[in-house]
Design a protein around this ligand. Structure first.
Ligand SMILES: [Zn+2]
Ligand SMILES: [Zn+2]
Length: 377
């Protein structure tokens, strides 16, 4: 894409539907998307402005994935953290002063484009204050977190970041062929050698299987590790809205690392594995068998739809004893996960306590009777 295309895209983006509001109409201060009211709110005077929202309904046909996509327009800029390498997209009205992940101030603006423009966004519905309170309660319940860390924890360190994901729908047609086995026992040998042996009787099955998959979510950024995103799941993607730059005010987005086609490859792997499981489950309803032998499934996907969606997460950072820790809150459901400092002292104390209790019980049963002159015989 060249600069002319970019300018064209921007002009198109300024249609009625997509107008972005950047400053407060009353006082001119910056405005931010407010999760509680789902409106734009002035940081300074509190004035609220609504904007056009519409539920994202139809998924886009997969054929479009390979084509050129609309790029994120001129309303965004890209920043890279020199300390941890995080690449974040921010609204043009915001200047990224520090990194969301490590809070380093060595962030530099990149000239590169922000990448493919999202089709939809799952808005934050939990505000920062509520998310911080949840984190505080979560940390209080973490027995192994050091006391010093718990006391110094500041909820101010949360930042709302959108993580990009491709969501896929597909119909499938599969044909399967395989063998199932039923165990039975036989008595063999005679006299002293007479014994029971387990054998397996195999029978062959084959047939067609139709299925439907909705909302398979593949995370497109590796800025937040996959296992973290899995722990924060589910994200209610069926509630996603059509993308509008206004959702980015006051928030950031992670740059994507995987394009739509490689995400579709991941989605297919999930579909293939799940289809095999579903076929075997349905065979269980028809046949009585104990083991699955060689089993081959050939699956074709059709009527495939996708959506490139931004998912809301709050990222928290803290340092303790020169180590960095990140914790995360699902901005839609409030689910929390993350790694915290670990107090090994507490662990050793517990082990010590356990050993003492066991020794005490041992003493009670072995030494006490002797002391009481009742010695065991
Ligand atoms: Zn204002
Ligand atoms: Zn960083």
């Amino acid at each position: 894409m060249n600069i002319d295309d970019l300018n064209q895209d921007t002009t198109e983006a300024l249609s009625d539907q997509d107008i972005t509001i950047a400053k407060c109409v009353s006082c001119g201060a910056n405005i931010q998307f407010d999760p509680s009211s789902q409106m734009l709110k002035c940081e300074y005077c509190g004035a609220e402005v609504d904007f056009d929202k519409s539920r994202s309904t139809e998924n886009i046909s997969i054929e479009n994935l390979a084509r050129n996509h609309a790029q994120w327009d001129n309303d965004t800029s890209v920043y890279k953290c020199d300390n941890c390498g995080a690449v974040e997209i921010v609204s043009k009205t915001e200047i990224a002063k520090e990194c969301s992940y490590c809070h380093s101030t060595s962030v530099v603006s990149l000239d590169s484009l922000s990448g493919v423009k999202p089709d939809s966004v799952l808005p934050f519905i939990i505000d920062k204050k509520t998310a911080s309170q949840r984190v505080e309660n979560w940390i209080k319940r973490k027995f192994f977190a050091p006391k010093k860390f718990k006391n110094s924890f500041s909820p101010e360190q949360l930042r709302g970041v959108y993580n990009p994901a491709f969501v896929f729908d597909s119909n499938t047609f599969s044909s399967y062929k395989g063998s199932l086995g039923k165990h039975y026992t036989v008595v063999v040998g005679s006299g002293k050698n007479r014994r029971t042996e387990v054998r397996t009787r195999w029978f062959r099955v084959s047939g067609p299987h139709y299925d439907r998959y909705d909302n398979i979510v593949i995370h497109a950024s590796n800025q937040v590790e996959q296992h973290v995103m899995n722990k924060l799941s589910p994200f209610n993607v069926e509630q996603a809205q059509n993308y509008n730059d206004n959702y980015l005010h006051g928030f950031r987005a992670n740059h994507y690392h995987k394009d739509g086609l490689s995400c579709w490859e991941d989605a297919k792997d999930i579909i293939y594995t799940e289809t095999k499981k579903r076929i075997i489950r349905s065979l269980h309803r028809m046949y009585d068998f104990d083991v699955v032998g060689k089993f081959h499934v050939d699956t074709q996907c059709y009527n495939i739809g996708y959506n490139y969606v931004l998912l809301p997460i709050y990222v928290g950072h803290c340092s303790y004893n020169q180590n960095d820790y990140n914790y995360f809150v699902n901005g839609f459901s409030g689910k929390i996960t993350g790694k915290l400092p670990f107090d090994t002292g507490k662990l050793f104390f517990l082990i010590g306590l356990g050993v003492a209790v066991i020794a005490g019980i041992w003493g009670l049963f072995n030494i006490l009777p002797i002391m009481l002159g009742m010695g065991t015989k």
